[in-house]
Write a protein that binds this ligand. Sequence first.
Ligand code: MG
Length: 167
Amino acid sequence: MILTGIGYDTHRLVEGRRLVLGGVEIPHTLGLLGHSDADVLSHAIADALLGTIAAGDIGIHFPNTDASIEGISSLKILSRTVEILAASHAKPVHIDATLIAERPKISPHLPAIRATLAKAMGLPLERVSVKATTNEKMGFLGREEGISAMAVATVEQLPDPTFYPNI
Ligand code: MG
């Protein structure tokens, strides 16, 4: 069975924080604010993965009231999400994601981001697509107040025979 899920996330850009996108630290004067490392791309992908099996969102599985989550690498959230899917006999097969950031320029970092994400999810590199665009200086993204990410995940799940009692 092939299932798809969609994910979206946005975090505020502030001074004095690291900028981590897809598990890769990117040199910049600002970083993303959040309980974990605020890796907006990994969060959008984790939400897309959870959506494939209707398992809620990362806020449910990794609540920001949980002190053990504070400051952790979101790659850990991603690999734990893959384990949640595995418990439902589901396995990621493809990710497509888009980052929306006015600055810094993301494209030089895309090869490292794709490789890091692929490793965290146990996927071949060619099954992990990450793209980047600006918001043409419009809105909060255009004013560099934050960075957003959206993602679509495709997973394969072993069929549950009880879904098809007549087959
Ligand atoms: Mg988030």
